[in-house]
Design a protein around this ligand. Structure first.
Ligand SMILES: [Zn+2]
Ligand SMILES: [Zn+2]
Length: 336
């Protein structure tokens, strides 16, 4: 099969990600073989390709926003049949036995393994997934539109829950890319008032089109105090900005994997009155199930930009060059 491989981590424009031949993977005992139809492009794929994340598998195939069809299964894989459409997300395996797994926090499992980092992912014609970590997908939504939901969507949903937004509450979103624009749709459908703070004018326009009550620059104060805020931009300097925008008792959730340093906080204006700051780490299978069900019910729609699978390196380079906030999807034209 054709598959992209990280031959040697480095700048993507210097050929670190190469279009190669690999054998079609053999699913493990509890795994499904999946024929990839579409795979979203996430910024984490760039971190894997460029070596910002350490190498966990030599020559790894990136990609963890996979929509595909079951094409085979190991002897112990259950719950799916050949031809079923499935989604493959970032969290690939956990030990299922540690204290975190036992209390429903499998996203914190120290033994967790990830798609497109520890194991080959979806920048290929085929991939594999443990059957118990494969997601059932809603009918009536096409493959390309579903792909960005598998990471950007699920993470945005977890961030929204971590932000502890009260019913009908006032939510501020800092940064408005792939994850935030999906999160906003869930929050709006659930009755929130949403304010968006981002420096990108096209993103501010999209926010207002989707139903945000206001959209302003990243450093501007929203027109009313916030019950909750989510920081999607990887900019630590926005932490005090968002904290000042919170009402008493408000919660700020930080959604990114990476964040630049947070400047010193001013206790009186930024933390006192029981304001809270929380991080968001990966997501659980239950987050995925809950989010995909809500997305189907509310018609959550991802803005997408398709590329042929054979142009994945260009898609990543374009993502790196900026201006393209989320929604890039690789389409395997041979899969239809
Ligand atoms: Zn991702
Ligand atoms: Zn565990």
């Amino acid at each position: 099969m054709r598959a992209w491989s990280v031959v040697r981590p480095g700048p993507v424009e210097e050929g670190s990600l190469r279009w190669t031949e690999k054998p079609v993977p053999v699913p493990g005992d509890d795994e499904l073989l999946v024929r990839v139809r579409a795979c979203g492009v996430c910024r984490t794929d760039l971190h894997v390709t460029e070596g910002d994340l350490p190498v966990r598998r030599v020559g790894v195939t990136p990609g963890h926003e996979v929509v595909g069809v079951v094409a085979g299964a190991g002897a112990a894989a259950s719950g799916f049949s050949a031809g079923d459409r499935v989604g493959v997300a970032w969290l690939r395996r956990t030990d299922g036995s540690c204290a975190y797994c036992a209390r429903g926090s499998e996203n914190l499992c120290p033994s967790s393994r990830y798609t497109g980092w520890d194991a080959d992912g979806g920048y290929a014609e085929y991939t594999t997934v443990p059957a118990s970590f494969a997601h059932r997908l809603p009918r009536g939504v096409d493959d390309v539109a579903l792909a960005p939901l598998m990471c950007a969507g699920i993470i945005g949903y977890r961030a929204l829950r971590r932000a502890a937004l009260p019913p009908g509450g006032r939510l501020g979103l800092y940064g408005f890319g792939g994850s935030a624009h999906l999160c906003a749709q869930i929050a709006l459908a659930e009755g929130a008032t949403v304010h968006v703070m981002t420096r990108a004018a096209p993103a501010r326009r999209l926010a207002l089109e989707l139903g945000a009550a206001s959209a302003q620059d990243a450093y501007a104060l929203p027109p009313e105090p916030l019950d909750s805020a989510i920081l999607f931009a990887p900019a630590g300097e926005l932490v005090p900005v968002a904290l000042r925008a919170l009402d008493r008792g408000g919660t700020l959730a930080i959604a990114g994997i990476h964040l630049s340093d947070i400047p010193p906080l001013h206790y009186e204006s930024e933390l006192f009155y029981e304001k809270q700051v929380r991080s968001v780490t990966s997501s659980t299978r239950e987050d995925g199930r809950a989010f995909l069900a809500l997305a189907a019910r509310h018609g959550v729609h991802a803005t997408t930009r398709p590329y042929p699978l054979s142009r994945a390196a260009q898609a990543l380079a374009d993502l790196k060059a900026g201006g393209l906030e989320g929604g890039t999807v690789l389409v395997n034209d041979n899969a239809f």
